[in-house]
Design a protein around this ligand. Structure first.
Ligand SMILES: *[C@@H]1O[C@H](CO)[C@@H](O)[C@H](O)[C@H]1NC(C)=O
Ligand SMILES: *[C@@H]1O[C@H](CO)[C@@H](O)[C@H](O)[C@H]1NC(C)=O
Ligand SMILES: *[C@@H]1O[C@H](CO)[C@@H](O)[C@H](O)[C@H]1NC(C)=O
Ligand SMILES: *[C@@H]1O[C@H](CO)[C@@H](O)[C@H](O)[C@H]1NC(C)=O
Ligand SMILES: *[C@@H]1O[C@H](CO)[C@@H](O)[C@H](O)[C@H]1NC(C)=O
Ligand SMILES: *[C@@H]1O[C@H](CO)[C@@H](O)[C@H](O)[C@H]1NC(C)=O
Ligand SMILES: *[C@@H]1O[C@H](CO)[C@@H](O)[C@H](O)[C@H]1NC(C)=O
Ligand SMILES: *[C@@H]1O[C@H](CO)[C@@H](O)[C@H](O)[C@H]1NC(C)=O
Ligand SMILES: *[C@@H]1O[C@H](CO)[C@@H](O)[C@H](O)[C@H]1NC(C)=O
Ligand SMILES: *[C@@H]1O[C@H](CO)[C@@H](O)[C@H](O)[C@H]1NC(C)=O
Length: 310
């Protein structure tokens, strides 16, 4: 009696597993959620792989937790990390990747991925590290990431991303590292972005961003270490408020349309190592107190009409 019950249960579980499977292969599922397998199979199907790494290493005869580049968490055996940098992969990110609800780490740096970033990525509410740098992603950025509030690192640099940086991104209150360099973003940066007080590195070098920098740029950025805005179309003044970022080490504003004086408040930044302000239309004196900056290693200020005092 007991045994008959048990066998019935086994048969039921087996038929449920088959019914919910999108593959006809015999698949070793163990505890790993079926959705994770389906999402990764959709990802595999969207990739062509000249080095043939995935066809042999992403086999359904073993758990996805054993697949190359995949790490599962210990507790739930759910996919927690995808690490596939520099694998020569060509392809797109399918919307199903947004179903990996336990994903914390996604690193696809330096491959040949292209296409849009699927909006479904916003469902990855545990994601902390999101690196798509050095690929060929195009199109605009997902307008909302407001549920991915755990994000600490976003590296989308060196792609072909166009359009505005969405206002909504200022909801990412744990963001420390934002790298968007070498893309084709335009328009002004949303003011609210300068309110993300966890930010340490802020890099938009080589886009076509425009508009003024906020006068009180540092009021809500106490952790900022690097401000990289060279090669854009920012105009207006170099904000005096820059003196309010006590941890700033790198200030790079060259190749913009900035005008006016170099604010004397720069001399306040005792951690500064590297300053690039040239060539802009910045004029006037180099503040005398800049000599107080004992950590300064590199200073690029080539102004057209310099009246320095040394
Ligand atoms: C991945 O597949 C290649 C063959 O394409 C093989 O040489 C290599 O050992 C596999 N790596 C792992 C970790 O299984
Ligand atoms: C399933 O889990 C068991 C026990 O943890 C393990 O021995 C076995 O290798 C796993 N099977 C696969 C295909 O991962
Ligand atoms: C997985 O993602 C796709 C596309 O976003 C969606 O249609 C599907 O319902 C999702 N499946 C699950 C189980 O969440
Ligand atoms: C990208 O990877 C290639 C090799 O696959 C390497 O030569 C190149 O230096 C890498 N680029 C970056 C920016 O890491
Ligand atoms: C964000 O999360 C809330 C609550 O879980 C959910 O209702 C909403 O649909 C999510 N929004 C997005 C864009 O995923
Ligand atoms: C700037 O970005 C463009 C693409 O937007 C790229 O072609 C160019 O090489 C980049 N310049 C530098 C100096 O990296
Ligand atoms: C930034 O934060 C300050 C203080 O919390 C608030 O007064 C201001 O409205 C915020 N600015 C933006 C653009 O969100
Ligand atoms: C410069 O630093 C002093 C003290 O460290 C501070 O009181 C002052 O507000 C700073 N000036 C600016 C412009 O941030
Ligand atoms: C720079 O050093 C001089 C001499 O020690 C001092 O008088 C001045 O207040 C310092 N300036 C700043 C901005 O700290
Ligand atoms: C420098 O400034 C003077 C007076 O403001 C102006 O006449 C001159 O044209 C400027 N020179 C350059 C190279 O901008």
């Amino acid at each position: 009696m007991e045994k008959a019950h048990f066998l019935f249960l086994v048969a039921l579980v087996a038929s449920l597993a088959t019914a919910s499977s999108s593959t006809t292969n015999v698949v070793a599922r163990n505890n790993t959620n079926d959705h994770d397998l389906d999402a990764l199979l959709a990802f595999k199907a969207a990739i062509s792989d000249p080095q043939n790494i995935l066809p042999t290493n992403w086999s359904t005869s073993t758990s996805v937790c054993n697949w190359i580049g995949i790490t599962c968490n210990r507790r739930h055996r759910r996919v927690a990390a995808i690490q596939l940098p520099k694998m020569g992969l060509v392809g797109t990110i399918p919307p199903q990747l947004g179903n990996l609800s336990f994903l914390v780490w996604l690193d696809l740096e330096n491959n040949s991925f292209h296409g849009n970033l699927p909006t479904q990525m916003v469902h990855l509410r545990r994601l902390k590290y999101f690196n798509l740098a050095f690929n060929s992603f195009d199109g605009s950025l997902p307008t909302t990431l407001s549920n991915a509030t755990m994000l600490e690192t976003i590296r989308f640099g060196t792609n072909l991303i166009t359009g505005y940086l969405p206002q909504d991104w200022s909801a990412l209150q744990n963001l420390e590292f934002l790298d968007m360099e070498n893309n084709q973003l335009d328009g002004p940066l949303p003011r609210s972005l300068f309110n993300v007080s966890s930010l340490q590195i802020f890099s938009f070098t080589n886009n076509t961003l425009s508009g003024y920098l906020p006068a009180r740029i540092c009021d809500h950025l106490p952790q900022l270490k690097g401000l990289y805005l060279s090669n854009n179309e920012f105009s207006g003044a170099v904000p005096a408020g820059i003196g309010g970022c006590p941890r700033l080490q790198v200030l790079s504003l060259s190749y913009n349309n900035l005008a006016g004086n170099i604010p004397k408040e720069i001399s306040n930044l005792t951690m500064l190592r590297v300053v690039f302000l040239a060539p802009n239309d910045v004029q006037g004196q180099i503040p005398a107190d800049i000599g107080n900056l004992t950590n300064l290693e590199q200073l690029g200020i080539e102004v057209a009409n310099l009246t320095g005092n040394n």
